[in-house]
Write a protein that binds this ligand. Structure first.
Ligand SMILES: [Zn+2]
Length: 222
């Protein structure tokens, strides 16, 4: 009967890692207020994710919610998972990701505003930058980062993400949501975070150089 205790200890350890990362991302200004969410896949396919509505600069290992495998709904408990949990679940269902990070970091979000459309997916082509090597791409010379519409119903965003990843085996482990933010994933939190840092830096360079971005002030964003 020691297994539940082992599982509890593991969740406490993983929850501590999630809380520490959320604090770090909050301090960088990438998770303002209660925005953003971080998750780790647990043994058996469930996921542990930061709870909704909690200040991301003040989290502890107890501020986490278990999302059962194959669903986007949290297990019963006092804390609620974010609606954006559906996007994490879509990534766990369609890739071998071990950890997912979603933030509203300024440069990636600004690029998502410039490139994204309101009612249909768009794509951001990135090439040349040395930092592409940090994204974990099959072909590091260039990539196409999908930019999904920011539907008011998060499940609709999640369905777009799942459909894209299922149909695109070599899709980069990063995506943008128009007017909203960025999501990255990897085998663990460290790898997902590295990819996030590289994409945020690339987006900063894109804005500094203006290369590969549509002109500002575009009228038609449908
Ligand atoms: Zn968000």
């Amino acid at each position: 009967m020691t297994r539940p205790a082992v599982e509890d200890a593991e969740r406490e350890r993983v929850g501590g890692e999630l809380a520490a990362l959320a604090r770090t991302l909050y301090e960088r200004g990438w998770m303002p207020g209660t925005a953003g969410n971080v998750s780790v896949r647990l043994p058996g396919g469930a996921a542990l994710i930061t709870a909704s509505g909690r200040d991301k600069g003040d989290m502890t290992a107890r501020d986490m919610v278990v999302v059962p495998a194959g669903t986007a709904a949290e297990a019963p408990g006092p804390l609620r998972a974010s609606a954006e949990t559906a996007i994490h679940s879509a990534i766990y269902r369609t890739t071998d990701a071990g950890a997912v990070i979603h933030v509203h970091s300024p440069y990636a979000t600004a690029v998502a505003c410039r490139v994204g459309r309101r009612t249909r997916p768009a794509s951001l082509r990135i090439e040349r930058f040395e930092l592409l090597k940090g994204l974990g791409l099959a072909e590091p010379a260039h990539t196409e980062v999908p930019v999904f519409p920011n539907w008011p119903e998060v499940r609709r965003i999640a369905a777009d993400v799942a459909g894209h990843l299922a149909a695109t085996p070599h899709a980069p482990p990063v995506l943008l949501i128009a007017d909203h933010g960025v999501t990255t994933w990897g085998r663990d939190l460290a790898q997902a975070r590295n990819r996030l840092e590289c994409l945020e830096s690339i987006c900063r360079l894109l804005l500094l150089t203006g290369s590969g971005l549509p002109a500002e002030g575009r009228e038609d964003r449908s």
